[in-house]
Ligand binder design. Structure first.
Ligand code: HEM
Length: 489
């Protein structure tokens, strides 16, 4: 039965276990924001699949059973929404867009964003994806030739920002070749952590006692907004010069501008710029960090690395990168590696859902205003759902795999890296295309000499909206002479 619509609740929040709580602050002092996901997972191990705590005045219920999680996620937008604090902060930051919007605004925007990121668009966009991936290959080719260490996360973010800007705005911003201080994401890199910090801060200290970083935020926002105004102005000029584009827009920004100019569309100037920023933010870290975790996991698992490299070389057949969606579709093992990386290292390890009205979750009465945090990883690491759950074993994702404890279908019900229900990630086709493009390019053209952290230990997980590996650096060698190699220009 649908847990959120059960007619009768059999317990209340007061019946739930949870960590100790102090007057006024609740459990806030026990939480390390940078590792909040890990703290909440530890509490789940101690208190079970449903527990509660207070964050100052906010009542939080945490659930981790995959069925309950999926039910809550599907019960949007009517019963649950994203947190109102996220919506308010996004409005203040100027990027209220599909991710943070709720109600009618979300309903109006969702079809437009979906259309801009659907598989047909990805197919039409493929030649540009090839161009950006080849540019990235040349960039890594230069690092391999010079023997320099690559800051893995930073480089991957350059790639994902370039791809998102090209697909959603038709802009070639080429941050891959830009100087560090010119790259648009140096602003994003300050804004995302600030947003996350403010979302879970017990008090709005940045308003009354701003530190250096807080004082720098308006400057970063201004720089980003000026770039966004440039994208919008150029797209508006294209619509003026080619009015046919209003009926058949080729990218998201054109579609939104055309809608803005139609009567009663309900799309405002702010919606357009909010979504331009949302695309940059939602498409950057998520995909880049998933790729960083994937590359690290492959490097640690030589058998999987060898098989993935063989597949990449066979499918690419001596070329630098895949040439078509059909070629990408043949990278089955690499896709399985990506799902296995997202099972072990989900970059979105928690999804917050605020109850818009009184609800029932797993038999618990949840009053309106309660924040329900869905933990995405405990089910994926549970031996009930996967054999040897801590092992990186991509084979378990391939149909008919002997090692799989469950079918592919049920694995996908437990592992939900892109969320679920009406708000499931609309960028998932693009993300998988990018992940497979980069992984195949890397494995077919280079040998990974090293992927390491400064202290030689496993990379720490840190949460700043997305969960990323701290300090990964990579060294590459061009693949041996009988293999294809990327020649630096
Ligand atoms: C591996 C890469 C990615 C992962 C793991 C990921 C994960 C997620 C998750 C977990 C959500 C929340 C879903 C929910 O609430 O049920 C989400 C939402 C969203 N994602 Fe992604 N994402 C990725 C890449 C992208 C890309 C490339 C884009 C666009 C360029 C994108 C755009 C969005 C947007 C706009 C939303 C909000 C959807 C809504 O609320 O209706 N994502 N993503």
């Amino acid at each position: 039965m649908d847990a959120t619509t059960q007619p009768v609740a059999n317990r209340t929040i007061a019946d739930l276990p949870g960590p100790p709580s102090l007057p006024i602050v609740g459990s806030a002092l026990q939480m390390d924001r940078n590792r909040m996901h890990a703290g909440l997972e530890q509490w789940a191990a101690r208190y079970g699949e449903a527990y509660t705590f207070k964050l100052v005045s906010l009542r939080v219920v945490v659930v981790s059973n995959p069925e309950v999680v999926a039910t809550v996620l599907r019960d949007r937008p009517d019963t649950f929404r994203r947190s109102s604090r996220l919506e308010q902060l996004s409005r203040e930051f100027g990027f209220l867009g599909l991710f943070s919007a709720s109600g009618e605004t979300w309903r109006r925007q969702r079809p437009m964003v979906l259309a801009g990121l659907d598989p047909t668009h990805i197919k039409a966009f493929f030649p540009t994806l090839i161009e950006v991936t080849e540019r990235f290959a040349r960039h890594w080719g230069r690092a391999a030739a010079a023997g320099t260490a690559i800051d893995l996360q930073a480089d991957l973010m350059r790639y994902t920002v370039d791809v998102t800007a090209a697909l959603a705005f038709g802009e070639d911003i080429n941050t891959i070749d830009a100087q560090q201080d010119q790259a648009i994401q140096q602003h994003l890199n300050h804004i995302l952590p600030a947003l996350f910090k403010r979302m879970f801060a017990p008090f709005p200290v940045w308003k009354y006692f701003p530190n250096k970083e807080d004082r720098a935020i308006p400057g970063h926002l201004q720089a980003l907004q000026s770039a966004v105004r440039g994208f919008i102005a150029r797209a508006a000029r294209q619509l003026d010069e080619q009015p046919a584009l209003r009926e058949r827009p080729v990218n998201l920004i054109q579609a939104m501008l055309a809608a803005r100019d139609r009567d009663n569309s309900g799309i405002s100037e702010g919606d357009v710029s909010g979504n331009v920023l949302t695309m940059l933010l939602a498409g950057e870290d998520t995909t880049a960090n998933t790729l960083a975790w994937l590359i690290w996991l492959l490097q640690r698992n030589p058998d999987a690395l060898r098989r993935a490299s063989e597949e990449a070389k066979a499918v690419l057949g001596g070329r630098t990168c895949a040439r078509s969606i059909d070629e990408l579709a043949r990278l089955d093992y690499i896709e399985a590696c990506a799902y296995e990386a997202m099972r072990l290292k989900p970059v979105a390890p928690l999804i917050g859902c605020e109850a818009r009205k009184d609800a029932v979750v797993a038999g618990i009465e949840v009053p309106a205003g309660t924040l329900v945090i869905c933990l995405m990883r405990p089910g994926a690491l549970d031996a009930k759902n996967f054999e040897a759950p801590l092992q990186f074993d991509p084979q378990r994702w391939l149909e008919g795999a002997g090692a799989a404890a469950h079918s592919l279908g049920s694995s996908k019900r437990v592992v939900m890296p892109f969320g679920a229900g009406p708000r499931i990630c609309p960028g998932r086709y693009l993300a998988l295309a990018e992940i497979k493009m980069v992984a195949a390019m890397l494995l077919a053209n280079f040998e990974i000499a090293e992927v390491s952290t400064p202290d030689g230990e496993e990379p720490q997980e840190r949460l700043a909206l997305t969960m990323y590996p701290v300090g990964l650096s990579m060294r590459l060698r061009a693949a041996s002479s009988d293999d294809p190699a990327v020649t630096p220009p």
